[in-house]
Write a protein that binds this ligand. Structure first.
Ligand SMILES: [Zn+2]
Length: 486
């Protein structure tokens, strides 16, 4: 009886969470702003009362009235160095979590019966450990159900799903504690009646992927950009069968270049939605149904787009990084957490009619740092400088930029099936970028046309890969400001 009651209560909780996150209407905006403010104040109060780290950070700040910009920012290094104290439950300890994740049998189980655990891949430095409480997991899935696909406010279409569950294929990496892989293991028990999940791996050989997809006939496919490129190739080659049940394709974890999005859409004849999220806040956005941007779930998270000195940049302008505040996970408060993503928020309302802010573009994920030596001075070279190539060459399916030496770079390019790429044209396009950045004669570039670009161990293709190494640090150079990191 108790089990039955718990099941009903879980079902009601999920339904209520989904209902509260249905796409907002104009009349809802005031109540939403109030709910967001209440969540923000609750997060600050909870962190102050339960996290020794934040209690110290917040000293002298009036948490009832402060603006978010009055609060200190948090780097990943600082969070990891103070992890035990960042947690709001003293039973959570980094050593125990690491031991827990070292045992593959724990994938999909709750730590201490209460917490979902994952670590980031560390492609941008040390991995972060992230812990979510059960309510945060419910919110994460509710946001996806409510806003990740066109949802009817009416009841009948949902009833249909009871008898004919949605089939959902997820192509990530092999099971592990990586966020995009592990969180699906916590798919709510109650939602399984409405949705059948098929888990696939980017490391499955294409013929295995194709056979499984042909049999399962999913309504929704979600995967990394590289996985979407693989299935597009298989579709065009005629091995993946047309599937009239397919309603949506969603890109996760990697930036979605426009050429690739259009290419996938052309092959499948449906819109590709694009989700911008990270382990620290999986419910940050949901994919837009009309553009390749994603809509910020702004009552669940605050996203400040800032320059290198943490000053806000206006909408329509790319920032140097973002400061993330997660408003729904109280187990590990993430407040003004620095992420090196180059994000642009649209200055205009979205054409899809959503009232939520639109994250128009994201660059800089899954990347290494590039650098150049200009007259003896070492300068960072942002990868997006080369993106002009991507936007102008429609025959380009996949790409990767490599740093192979001092001021030496290589563009590796894969053509759209049935199309060809010209080394000269690609070199011309790169040259145009170099001219506009005044790097002609400084940066040397080669172009290689290849058959495929293999993903890294994490399952993601690294779009910017430094195979040479970091810049030399001269003894006279100022040391990085490490004091604030510890
Ligand atoms: Zn939109």
């Amino acid at each position: 009886m108790r089990g039955f009651l718990r099941a009903v209560s879980d079902q009601v909780k999920l339904a209520l969470a989904i209902r509260s996150l249905l796409p907002p209407r104009p009349a809802d905006m005031h109540a939403r702003a109030e709910a967001r403010e209440a969540r923000f104040r609750n997060l600050l109060r909870y962190a102050d009362e339960n996290s020794p780290f934040y209690r110290k950070q917040f000293q002298g700040i009036d948490l009832k009235t402060c603006a978010i910009t009055d609060l200190p920012t948090l780097s990943k290094a600082k969070m990891m160095a103070n992890l035990d104290d960042v947690f709001t439950d003293r039973a959570l300890r980094r050593d125990d979590l690491e031991r827990f994740m070292n045992n593959a049998a724990n994938v999909g189980t709750y730590f201490e019966g209460n917490y979902a655990v994952c670590h980031t891949s560390g492609s941008q430095g040390q991995p972060a450990i992230i812990v979510l409480d059960k309510s945060a997991i419910l919110t994460m899935f509710a946001a996806q159900f409510a806003r990740g696909q066109p949802v009817s406010r009416r009841f009948l279409p949902h009833l249909r799903r009871l008898f004919n569950p949605a089939r959902f294929s997820i192509i990530t990496q092999k099971p592990g504690f990586y966020p995009s892989s592990t969180f699906f293991n916590y798919f709510p028990e109650r939602a399984r009646r409405f949705t059948k999940l098929q888990r696939l791996s980017v490391f499955d050989p294409p013929d295995v992927l194709v056979e499984k997809l042909n049999t399962f006939r999913p309504n929704i496919i979600t995967g990394y950009t590289s996985a979407l490129e693989t299935i597009t190739r298989e579709m065009q080659a005629g091995r993946l069968k047309p599937n009239s049940d397919l309603e949506q394709i969603t890109n996760i974890s990697e930036p979605l270049p426009k050429a690739i999005a259009e290419h996938v859409q052309q092959a499948f004849g449906i819109h590709v939605t694009n989700v911008y999220s990270m382990a620290e806040c999986m419910a940050l956005t949901c994919g837009c149904q009309a553009t390749h941007g994603s809509h910020l779930n702004d009552e669940l998270a605050m996203l400040e787009v800032v320059d290198a000195n943490n000053r806000p940049v206006p909408n329509g302008t790319p920032g140097s990084k973002v400061l993330l505040t997660n408003l729904y996970n109280l187990a590990q408060p993430i407040i003004r957490y620095e992420i090196d993503d180059i994000v642009t928020i649209s200055p205009k309302p979205c054409e899809c009619g959503s009232l939520l802010p639109l994250v128009e573009s994201v660059d800089g994920r899954s990347k290494d740092q590039f650098w150049v030596n200009i007259n003896g001075q070492i300068r960072e070279l942002p990868y997006y400088i080369f993106l002009l190539v991507i936007h102008n060459e429609t025959n380009l399916a996949e790409h990767q930029f490599l740093q192979t030496g001092v001021n030496q770079f290589v563009l590796r390019a894969v053509a759209v099936p049935g199309k060809t790429l010209s080394v000269d044209r690609l070199r011309d396009l790169v040259q145009q970028s170099l001219i506009s950045e005044r790097l002609v004669g400084i940066v040397h570039f080669d172009v290689e046309i290849v058959d495929q670009i293999l993903p890294e161990e994490s399952g993601k293709v690294r779009r910017a890969k430094n195979v040479f190494g970091p810049p030399p640090v001269a003894a006279s150079d100022p040391q990085p400001a490490l004091a604030s990191e510890i």
